[in-house]
Design a protein around this ligand. Structure first.
Ligand code: NAG
Length: 397
């Protein structure tokens, strides 16, 4: 599909005088040796620079200089002090296609490693999402010329903590206009994602009245109120919106805290709660939850306490294009930056490595998956592009 006849040639020439000590050559490689080595070095460097959300300064600077060294024009968009999105493009700024992923990671930092026996590569971000960033760059660099220099690259900060990077790009007054196709990179185990669940977050904050635990009637236990409220929410399981495509809406009581000691009636309590929406809209679910907690709220207020629901931003399930021949497809339960980029464009979501190891202390993927991702991103870009504007230009790819 991806007929790039110049590549093997290029690799032979390069391989002849690139006697690199690292990375080691695997027994079989999906890419020409020089390209594979470049991919591995780029990926390694990205993983070696820690970039936990809100500390993305260094990785953005390094990535900008790398992309400049590849003759791309690079712009840094300040999202907040010392935090930059990286936008790169070959010559014209308003490209038809945008290939994008994120450069921040979840904490804590885990160092890079390459296992020379198994060719497994690990470390924080090795999968999520530097496992997408490196192959995207290699894929795009080889395609620019063939596709009229019509592909831009965007690497954003803050994806793991609510997507402030992509939202800032979306709202940027200098934002390039007119993307027809946007390809997002996240760990999808090499499949094309047809959509993902929505999210809705909330905090329950209870204020009661402290008292000696021997005389609990003198106080209002914030913990008792919270336990009752959580019981009510647990009772909503199976009754929230569901759909054929995404299954059940789930509720996670991710964080609970309350009180100070076993012999004190708790004055305050808090629960941080995350929902994954399989259907409906955040507004519908908000009102279901508000109604369900109505009686408890009323009763605690009558006793002089408070029960407040603090809503976080949310969005409903996100449908994504996945009609590209030759890819396996799936749906996923995690959130992405896909809904944070506003605009009327076809959007695709693909990346190497599995979400089941992302965010863990054993985040890793195989070298072969990284290499496959270069080929897949290329195929995705070319096929999506061919379905779009390039068709008018009778492009032979
Ligand atoms: C590489 O992986 C193999 C198989 O899991 C393991 O036995 C070996 O210790 C690893 N090598 C290094 C250097 O960690």
């Amino acid at each position: 599909m991806h007929l790039l006849p110049f590549l093997p040639l290029l690799s032979l020439t390069l391989a002849a005088h690139t006697v690199q000590t690292w990375p080691p050559q695997p027994p079989t490689s999906l890419l020409p040796a020089a390209e594979s080595a470049e991919l591995l070095r780029l990926h390694r460097k990205l993983v070696e620079i820690p970039s936990i959300s809100s500390s993305e300064y260094e990785v953005a600077q390094w990535l900008a200089s790398y992309l400049r060294s590849k003759a791309l024009k690079v712009e840094l968009q300040e999202v907040s002090p010392k935090r930059y999105n990286v936008l790169a493009y070959p010559s014209k700024r308003d490209t038809n296609i945008l290939v994008t992923s994120h450069i921040d990671t979840v904490p804590p930092y885990w160092p890079y490693y390459y296992n020379e026996t198994t060719h497994v590569i690990g470390g924080r971000g090795s999968v999520d999402a530097k496992g997408s960033v490196a192959p995207q760059i290699l894929a795009v660099l080889a395609l620019e010329e063939k596709m009229f220099n019509d592909i831009g690259l965007l690497f954003v900060v803050g994806e793991e903590t609510g997507g402030d990077g992509m939202r800032a790009f979306s709202e940027w007054e200098k934002r390039p206009t007119g993307y027809d196709i946007v390809i997002f990179g996240e760990p999808t185990a090499g499949k094309l994602v047809c959509g993902h669940k929505g999210i809705l977050g909330l905090g329950l904050r209870v204020k009661g009245k402290a008292a000696h635990s021997g005389y609990p009637w003198l106080g209002v236990s914030a913990n008792d109120v919270l336990v009752e409220a959580l019981g009510t929410l647990a009772g909503l399981r199976g009754k929230l919106p569901r759909s054929e495509k995404y299954g059940e809406t789930t509720i996670n009581f991710g964080r609970i805290e309350g009180g100070v000691a076993s012999n004190v009636v708790a004055e305050t309590a808090y629960a941080g709660i995350g929902l994954r929406l399989a259907g409906g809209t955040p507004d519908e679910v908000r009102s279901t939850i508000t109604d369900a907690l109505g009686d408890i709220k009323k009763s605690v207020e009558e006793q002089g306490g408070e029960l407040d629901i603090e809503w976080r931003e949310g969005y409903g399930p996100v449908d994504i294009d996945c009609d590209i021949e030759g890819f396996e497809t799936t749906t996923v339960n995690y959130g992405t930056d896909v809904p944070n980029l506003k605009g009327d464009h076809r959007r695709f979501l693909y990346g190497p490595g599995t979400i089941f190891v992302a965010h863990s202390d054993h985040e890793a993927l195989k070298r072969r998956e990284l290499e496959q991702a270069v080929l897949d991103f290329r195929r995705l870009i070319v096929t999506a592009g061919r379905m779009d504007k390039f068709r008018e230009k009778n492009l032979e790819l």
